[in-house]
Design a protein around this ligand. Structure first.
Ligand code: HEM
Length: 529
């Protein structure tokens, strides 16, 4: 029997019952108890009160009541797919990471694309940054490259992240607006945060509204390190380049698509993969050393800066193919837990203060969201290589240490042991300096790269940036915020600033933002004293 042609019985109240027969399984409770009637609660008399010993109803509604988990505090709306990464050539000269040793080696991956500011039910084509998070299930444990579709970021220090996100998401009193609408709080924060100017140029550009996830670039953003088996380190920036090329939609198209189909991007990915049209990206790296880094006026540890690709052309090192949709959205896409601190031996961090702050944040957020320190026991988060440790118990423990011994060292010869040769050893960077809340002078130029990005755009693209800024700032109600923002634009491009100022109806242009405001050192005694 199939579900469609099975026996139907009519109950006393006229309700229909589908009956298990043939190979149709019997409905059970979560405890495995067979269920006789799933249409009616247990009650006293047909029109009487319900009784509390209806364990089937109690369990069913209890479970339903707990179906939702907190949405991600950022990147709440996302869509994921499975695939594989294939290494082109051995990178043994640069890294001992197993994933990069053998040409043709395939590593399973899971990718989640997302928008940052919108809630889980928001629309796909918002003017917003897109997340591009990749989990590689390598033979040395999971490596998470948790990037975005824009190569720079708004802030230089992770301590500003809660402020940035509070300013960008709904205001606490009115609980609007969503990501796609401009508003005072976001532009207030931006206008008081000149380091955001490079990113602002990118998010006001056409880059920000991809035609689909399949036409989107991805970036690891930060400078990372590759470390080889001799312990030598090379700095690296990671880039994903879509094989289909980079394509966006214009703002007026985005607004229409959002209205007609807020699920446009997820629908596109679903149909492409289900139809066998597998999207592909090339992983490219910019490799450099300290001597190369020292040639720039900006700092390679500053996440608001790129290393121009014409100065350091990226080298293709492998490809990512997405070829399978999750069987279940919640189990996989919703429960996947990305963490920047997941790196295998041979890949390491730089001192980028945003990256280091992220390494601290993601573990906390996963515990909050998934509710148990055992979130690595979920199949989507579990490593696909052998693993062995002494962690035990906690909510929903699926595997505990086997045998008597759950500690080391032990003299019973049981359990795993550390490996000085195969284990992760952090790059032995030499560090010194005073302990204080500091920001380096090399992070101080906030306008040069914003200007370079703007002038690299074609005239129609520049017009779109001016139109986006005008539209956004026209929704800002506080005149001082508009003026402060245009004062920054004057330091980026005068024509851009004047166009926006005129369209906003400014009677006079503000003075350019002072790039040399008094420093804290002018006001405070040096922490060294
Ligand atoms: C989530 C990227 C900065 C905290 C995410 C996700 C991406 C991402 C792609 C979504 C992961 C997924 O699809 O599940 C980035 C990039 C950053 C950045 C590229 C800067 C370059 C930060 C900073 C913090 C932070 C500075 C905190 C100090 C979080 C949190 C989540 C998140 C709490 C939610 C994770 C979850 O609940 O699964 N980020 N992020 N991010 N990020 Fe970031």
């Amino acid at each position: 029997a199939t579900i469609h042609d099975q026996t139907l019985l009519r109950g006393e109240g006229g309700e229909l019952h589908q009956i298990a027969e043939g190979d149709v399984p019997v409905l059970t409770t979560a405890q495995g108890g067979p269920v006789a009637d799933d249409q009616n609660t247990l009650r006293v008399g047909p029109r009487g009160p319900l009784v509390v010993d209806d364990f089937h109803f109690r369990e069913k509604v209890f479970h339903f009541d707990h179906e939702r988990i907190p949405e991600r505090v950022v990147h709440a709306r996302g869509y994921g797919a499975h695939g594989f990464f294939e290494t082109y050539e051995s990178l043994a000269a640069y890294t001992k990471a197993d994933i990069f040793q053998r040409p043709g080696e395939k590593t399973p991956t899971f990718v989640r694309f997302s928008t940052v500011a919108g809630n889980k039910g928001s629309a796909d084509l918002a003017r917003d940054v897109r997340g591009f998070a990749v989990k590689f299930y390598t033979r040395q444990g999971n490596w998470d490259l948790v990037g975005n579709n824009i190569p720079v970021f708004f802030i230089q220090d992770a301590i500003k992240f809660p402020d940035l996100i509070h300013a960008a998401k709904q205001d606490p009193d009115r609980d609007f607006p969503q990501a796609q609408t401009a508003h005072d709080t976001f532009w207030d924060f931006i206008s008081l945060t000149p380091e955001s100017m490079n990113m602002v140029m990118w998010i006001m550009s056409d880059r920000t509204i991809p035609r689909s996830f399949r036409f989107m670039e991805g970036f690891g953003v930060h400078t990372f390190r590759l470390v080889n088996d001799k312990g030598e380190s090379t700095f690296v920036k990671f880039h994903w380049k879509p094989k289909l090329g980079l394509q966006s939609v214009a703002w007026n198209e985005a607004v229409k698509i959002n209205g007609a189909d807020p699920d446009f991007h997820r629908r596109d990915l679903w149909h492409a993969i289900q139809g066998g049209d597998f999207p592909e990206w090339e992983l490219q790296v910019q490799l450099f050393d300290q001597e190369f880094a020292d040639r720039f006026d900006f700092d390679v540890l500053d996440p608001t800066k790129i290393i121009p690709e014409e100065i350091l052309p990226p080298k293709p090192i492998g490809r990512l193919v997405l070829d399978r949709m999750p069987d279940n959205f919640f189990a996989e896409t919703e429960q996947v837990a990305f963490m920047t601190q997941n790196v295998p031996p041979g890949i390491d961090f730089s001192n980028d203060p945003l990256l280091q702050g992220r390494n601290f944040s993601y573990l906390d957020t996963q515990l909050k969201r998934l509710g148990s320190p055992n979130f690595t026991h979920l199949p989507i988060n579990a490593p696909k290589c052998p693993f062995a440790h002494f962690q035990q118990d906690g909510h929903m423990a699926m595997h505990n240490p086997v045998g008597r011994v759950n500690y080391e060292p032990n003299s019973f010869g049981e359990g795993p042991r550390e490996s000085p040769t195969r284990g992760f050893r952090p790059f032995a960077a030499e560090e010194h300096g005073i302990k204080a809340r500091l920001r380096p002078e090399s992070f101080a130029d906030h306008y040069s790269q914003a200007r370079q990005f703007y002038i690299s755009q074609t005239p129609p693209e520049q017009r779109h940036i001016a139109a986006a800024l005008t539209f956004e700032l026209s929704k800002v109600e506080t005149p001082a915020i508009r003026e402060r923002t245009v004062a920054h634009l004057l330091n980026i491009d005068e024509t851009l600033a004047t166009t926006v100022g005129q369209k906003l109806g400014f009677k006079a242009m503000p003075k350019p933002a002072d790039a040399a405001v008094p420093t804290r050192q002018d006001l405070e005694p040096s922490p060294a004293l």
